[in-house]
Ligand binder design. Structure first.
Ligand code: DX5
Ligand code: ZN
Length: 222
């Protein structure tokens, strides 16, 4: 949790040429790629499922960080594992056939890293029962569902700092990831409050020169 990583979010790429977009991210220096799965139920948008994760897996050796914005993630879990994810993040607010704890356990048992995500309106305390068992805590900095929304600084930065302070006071190791509205002006604010994984959609895939965009983002949190 001490290295800063910029993760391009595939949601903001040009889906008419996924293969070359994935390779553009890789050539721009990305080591991790963020994939947003939306079910039209947990969030008000529908994106893609395990088949897309599998397609991306075929295009690249990058670390695939899969963000499940879906209900019943435990029901679909096996398909995302088989598709080639390295990290699977689930939302604490989602509905489960089993439970959050059981789902995290299954992700780990499959040899993957696991993450827990908090909606902007969900307090850090909701994550407390699970913090010992996660590799990553995702503090959403926009209401999940769409790219291109403004960074919710006031609503989310105190929570991010609380998550960092709790981790450091208890000898825990989870990464702190922020997702939504991350640009060169907001990434440093998130870093100051404890983030080390920065999901960047519009700010990474948006510019024509992605390599420059990635290095500007990295420099902003160096
Ligand atoms: C939002 C998604 C984000 C999204 C971020 O629900 O979880 O990963 O791609 O997009 P930007 O960086 O454009 O806010
Ligand atoms: Zn995301």
């Amino acid at each position: 949790h001490t290295t800063n990583i910029i993760l391009p979010s595939l949601l903001a790429s040009d889906w008419s040429k996924i293969d070359s977009e994935v390779k553009r991210a890789e050539a721009a220096g990305a080591q991790w790629l963020h994939l947003d799965v939306m079910d039209g139920n947990f969030v008000d948008n529908i994106s893609f499922g395990p088949q897309m994760v599998q397609v991306v897996r075929k295009c690249t050796g990058m670390y695939l960080d899969v963000h499940l914005m879906i209900h019943r993630p435990d029901h679909y879990l096996e398909r995302f594992i088989k598709a080639g994810a390295q990290n699977i993040t689930i939302h604490v607010e989602a509905q489960y056939d089993t439970s959050v704890a059981e789902t995290l356990k299954r992700i780990r048992a499959a040899g993957l890293h696991c993450g827990l995500a908090l909606h902007p309106s969900t307090p850090f305390e909701a994550a407390l029962p699970y913090v010992k068992d996660i590799d990553l805590l995702l503090i959403m900095t926009v209401v999940p569902g769409f790219g291109g929304q403004p960074f919710m600084e006031k609503e989310t930065m105190p929570k991010l700092a609380a998550a960092r302070d709790y981790r450091d006071a208890h000898g825990l190791k989870y990464h702190l990831e922020v997702d939504g509205g991350i640009y060169t002006n907001t990434a440093p604010i998130a870093k100051q409050h404890g983030a080390n994984l920065f999901v960047c959609g519009t700010s990474s895939f948006g510019p024509a020169d992605m390599k420059q965009a990635m290095s500007d983002l990295a420099a902003s949190v160096a």
